[in-house]
Write a protein that binds this ligand. Sequence first.
Ligand code: G3I
Length: 303
Amino acid sequence: ASTLGAAAAQSGRYFGTAIASGKLGDSAYTTIANREFDMVTAENEMKIDATEPNRGQFNFTAGDRVYNWAVQNGKRVRGHTLAWHSQQPGWMQALSGSSLRQAMINHINGVMGHYKGKIYAWDVVNEAYADGNSGGRRDSNLQRTGNDWIEVAFRTARAADPAAKLCYNDYNIDNWTWAKTQGVYNMVRDFKARGVPIDCVGLQSHFNSNSAYNSNYRTTIQSFAALGVDVQITELDIQGGSATTYANVVNDCLAVPRCTGISVWGVRDSDSWLGANTTPLLFDGNGNKKAAYTAVLNALNGG
Ligand code: G3I
């Protein structure tokens, strides 16, 4: 196959990208995005601050712009994200305790209700674990509402849209030896044991020199999958853009049947949240295919 999406589809997988609504008027951007990718994540437009800027007043203008572009071009959509310590609107940042807990529940119901039946998978909870060696939760206003906030979010999400796969999504859970990876693994194992609804784990996979790709990535994917959840590579970028590392990531996903798809976090280097000078993506700023692109396409095509 000659595009990333078609090549991934040969094994029943998808290949997606983050899309920014503000770039949908850039035809160089949309031409590449439409041609190459078959799954879309809104880079910012479905986050809490975007969708509920005032308490109880939902705004889906930008989210729908991304959603409609995707669906009109035959693509599926990952929802990102419903419960997160970051990008909370000011009113939510100011809440705590039971009123914050209720606001989280109302937010999940409001957003998932709007997109009910339309989303392949939701990142229900994003980045709830701490960096470093603790293996425990990140401190946040949500965490201070009680340790059960994550399972409440997942139970709320299942009831709000039973058709969507429900994912836990995080960064620095790629290296199997890291405490953060083990912390998330233990949470997912506990959720499966107790019947808390969870369908997938999102490995964001932002790789750089401090958080480098490690060959135990395949073990991480296999280990989560063995718990009975799908694994999705949700926000892939590799600073420096090593073609070899990109191929390794793809081959690790292809090696695990329950690794259902890969999304890169932007189209061209100039679209990356990291800045174009870090060259982390598959297309250069002029829209040319990079060596990393060819490596990914070849891997998806079976070698
Ligand atoms: O839209 C405003 C613009 O009006 C304003 O002039 C400008 C000035 O700062 O800010 C613009 O908003 C920025 C927004 O991106 C859109 O460009 C925000 O400041 C900026 O904080 C925001 O950054 C996003 C970041 O999440 C925020 O946490 C990045 O685009 C987005 O790529 C990044 O994505 C996250 C995932 O959601 C979760 N995992 C990590 C990943 C990378 O940080």
